[in-house]
Design a protein around this ligand. Sequence first.
Ligand code: 0L1
Ligand code: MG
Length: 256
Amino acid sequence: MSDLASLAEILDRAAHERVATPQLTHARPELTVEDAYEIQRLSIDRRLQRGERRVGVKMGLTSRAKMQQVGVDQMAWGRLTDKMLIEEGGSLALANFVHPRIEPEIAFLMSAPLAGRVTMAQALAAVAAVAPAMEVIDSRYENFKFALADVIADNSSSSGFVVGSWNDPHQDISNLGVILEIDGEVVEVGSSAAILGHPLRSLVAAARMVSEGGERIEAGDIVLAGGITAAPTLAKGQSIRTTVQNLGSVSIRVDA
Ligand code: 0L1
Ligand code: MG
């Protein structure tokens, strides 16, 4: 097994067994961003070999709120698989995660492939629909602490996601109010503008970054644009709801 493959195995096992692991960069400070994306690819390949199916990509660290929360100031992307999808209105089991957090997102459903350097108009032309969404992020690292290479290798913390009803994408989504509620209490408030000033910019960045990784966004893919607010930690028994102005709401419950 290659060196990067053995690091991928460590992260895959941490996710699979739900046991936090030390940051890779503590022992391997020389790891580059390119190494980290290769570790991510190898780690997700292990899931695909177990029967999971790729269903899209997530962008991460596309808002100032998220960068400040985790102390990393560059965008990253990760891969979504069918096993990570939580049914709208359904529940997640805490036992399946290490120390999960939740964040409001906007999701795009793609009608056509998208790759390389594209304009916002070209990105919009490849979108079939847009929806309110939430991402469950669950760093596989101890204390949810990481450097850029660590978080990229760890699939940009992506662990689960839930998507609400799909809407016509040909509407102004540049500055929509966003509310995150836990048990009916508003815990975070934000705007879709927090995502690079316009969520479509995240899709433009995703097209470029995924291409740099030798892949492309495909028709039928779901693309998560990135957390809009800081992400609160989940606890047993909570009811979580995100509402995005004009797009609707999306909810989950947290079980043991
Ligand atoms: O919060 C984190 O774990 C950093 C990566 C994911 C951030 C995001 O999805 O916006
Ligand atoms: Mg996110």
